[in-house]
Design a protein around this ligand. Structure first.
Ligand SMILES: C[S@@+](CC[C@H](N)C(=O)[O-])C[C@H]1O[C@@H](n2cnc3c(N)ncnc32)[C@H](O)[C@@H]1O
Length: 277
């Protein structure tokens, strides 16, 4: 897939509840996930390699969104393999089904809560969740559910980012630090990236492999969509963390940097893969 930079408007509020947000902004959420999957393409490709799906395998994709990863998994496991994508959003599952219906022997998409996965124990050869744990009320419960439904010696994989490891180049380090800390705090589990490797070990997974991949963005509009900089800078001003003037100057500087080809932002994505005992 070729990388392309898009400038679709309407950012996602970082302290959203997906269920509420989806109902009100289903089209935007779908276009957001499409745009994000372009920028996370290399991470996703690397995650499939680490997952090592075999032909005929049975795979679970938790928080499958519009189903892109489930369809890719289906392609990898072939006609004899089976893939199930679950998501608690009815809108996401409807969109995933709509997109996949032209794919021969497409994945099965089911509305289901990550904290209570409605499948028997030891069902799947592999279970994965991509950028889902950061949003959950209790990531450990959902992770234990993924382990439960995975067969012994099967593979469990989490892909997620760490919102505490975001870098944005700016002349004003103090304001940048405050706004980025604010973004991290608005995500339910902003530090999930660094917590996942520990979770794997605490839950007894074996052969745990941790990969950390950088994402770099040199276009302010793209960073704004993927990080919600404008929106959260506004929240930070509303909450008195920075002043309205500081927010305006900070965003103006980022825009000016962009216009002069001097914008830069980066963060880290973690891919953690392990085997159930
Ligand atoms: C950032 S999106 C990632 C979607 C997809 N994994 C991808 O890589 O494009 C997070 C997804 O998790 C789903 N989600 C959030 N909380 C959930 C929960 N408690 N149970 C199941 N799905 C959930 C959302 O509806 C959304 O589709």
């Amino acid at each position: 897939m070729e990388r392309k930079e898009t400038d679709t408007p309407a950012p996602i509020c970082p302290d959203f509840s997906w269920a509420t947000w989806m109902r009100e902004h289903a089209n935007t959420a779908v276009s957001y996930l499409e745009m994000a999957s372009v920028h996370f393409h290399d991470v996703k490709a690397r995650s499939y390699r680490a997952l090592g799906l075999k032909r005929g395998a049975v795979v679970l994709d938790v928080g499958c969104g519009v189903g892109q990863d489930a369809c890719e998994s289906k392609r990898l496991v072939g006609v004899r393999g089976r893939v199930v994508g679950i998501d608690y959003s009815e809108e996401m599952i409807a969109e995933a089904r709509r997109r996949a219906k032209d794919v021969s022997s497409f994945p099965k998409f089911v509305v289901c809560e990550a904290h209570h996965i409605g499948f028997s124990s030891d069902t799947f050869d592999a279970s994965r969740a991509d950028r889902v744990l950061q949003h959950l009320a209790d990531p450990r419960v959902a992770f234990e559910e993924m382990v439960r439904v995975t067969k012994p010696a099967g593979t469990v994989q989490i892909v997620d980012r760490d919102w505490g490891l975001v870098a944005v180049e700016s002349n004003d380090q103090a304001v940048t630090r405050k706004i980025l800390d604010h973004i991290c705090g608005k995500i339910r589990n902003g530090w999930i990236g660094r917590r996942v490797p520990v979770l794997f070990r605490e839950c007894g997974l074996q052969e745990v492999r941790v990969e950390a991949l950088p994402i770099t963005v040199q276009d302010f509009r793209v960073a704004d969509r993927l990080l919600d900089l404008t929106l959260v800078a506004g929240h930070a001003a509303d909450e008195g963390i920075v002043s309205p003037d500081e927010t305006r100057s900070w965003l103006l500087e980022l825009q000016e940097r962009n216009d002069a080809g001097r914008f830069f932002a980066a963060w880290v994505m973690f891919i953690v893969t392990g085997k159930k005992r």
